[in-house]
Design a protein around this ligand. Structure first.
Ligand code: I24
Ligand code: DGL
Length: 264
């Protein structure tokens, strides 16, 4: 099946999922939409996020995708069920894969979740973890400073380490052995987050786990592309194609990228 896999996100953060897809599924064509004009979704109301997510999903349906990946945690948290019930192609979110991986990893049954305000308020991670491990203790923490920190480009700096340290202050003294990075941007802060948490805490990146789900769905639904040549992804942004291209080239370590405009 050589139709593309659609990937949607509030902006460029979903490129963390695309990077893993290009490594594991190089022959699968990808069409990505980043809603940069309306990013960030983290502080928005569920109604807004649902409307925006449906707009992107509709645009990709019109382009003939065989499967949809909601790479944005906030959009997955509030819109996954609605999107799933609306389309006939399989729809994969980033929350259940991360929750399942954390449940597999934890020995103490105590799990921390770090995410945007919208994701934490939705309770979606808490629900998904309890679905797989009803006795789990969950420490859910909104980290609203972290997305702007990454987007300011200072995420590698010592200053970022301090912001992460303060953001995670309320977890001090709490017991957990596993922490979920429940936001597209947090893998870029992984070292700072690891340093701010007690030694030995296992960190789960939803992006990595989601690709396992995509591979399984391609197999189960007979949607794999058997052509054996790499296909470059096509990117759409509702914002600046120039800025999008800069970040995509850097993050994906590629020389050129087909970046087009989409209006909502
Ligand atoms: N990282 C992200 N978003 C940005 C950014 C960034 N600017 C610098 N870096 N900007 O997300 C968001 C607003 N833009 C988006 C494009 O259109 C115009 C508006 C995290 C990306 C994760 C893949 C820092 C930066 C970078 C290159 C690679 C990674 C990275 F410049 F974090
Ligand atoms: N993509 C969002 C997420 O994973 C982070 C950026 C935003 O708030 O839109 O939750």
């Amino acid at each position: 099946m050589d139709a593309p896999i659609g990937v949607i996100d509030s902006g460029v953060g979903g490129l963390t999922v695309v990077k893993r897809m290009l490594e594991s599924l190089p022959n699968e064509p990808i069409i990505y939409i980043g809603d940069d004009a309306r990013c960030p979704y983290g502080p928005r109301t569920p109604e807004e996020v649902i409307t925006f997510t449906m707009e992107m999903a509709n645009a990709l349906q019109a382009m003939g995708i065989k499967m949809l990946v909601i790479a944005c945690n906030t959009a997955t948290a509030v819109a996954l069920d609605k999107v799933r019930s609306h389309f006939t192609f399989p729809v994969i979110g980033v929350i259940d894969p991360g929750a399942r991986a954390a449940v597999k990893e934890t020995d103490s049954r105590k799990i921390a979740v770090l995410a945007t305000s919208g994701t934490i308020q939705s309770g979606a991670y808490q629900q998904a973890i309890h679905d797989h491990l009803p006795t789990a203790t969950i420490h859910a923490l909104a980290c609203p400073e972290f997305v702007p920190l990454v987007e300011s480009g200072q995420y590698k700096s010592a200053y970022a380490g301090n912001v992460v340290q303060s953001g995670l202050q309320s977890l001090v003294g709490k017991e957990f052995d596993t922490a979920i990075l429940g936001c597209t941007h947090y893998p870029l802060l992984k070292n700072h987050i690891q340093n701010a948490l007690p030694e030995g805490v296992k960190i789960i990146s939803s992006a990595v786990e989601t690709v396992h789900d995509i591979e399984k769905t391609l197999r189960d639904c007979n949607l794999k592309n058997y052509a054996s040549h790499a296909v470059p992804p096509v990117f759409f942004t509702s914002g600046s194609t120039m800025h999008f291209r800069e970040i995509a080239l850097d993050w994906l370590a590629i020389d050129e990228a087909d970046v087009r405009t989409i209006a909502f």
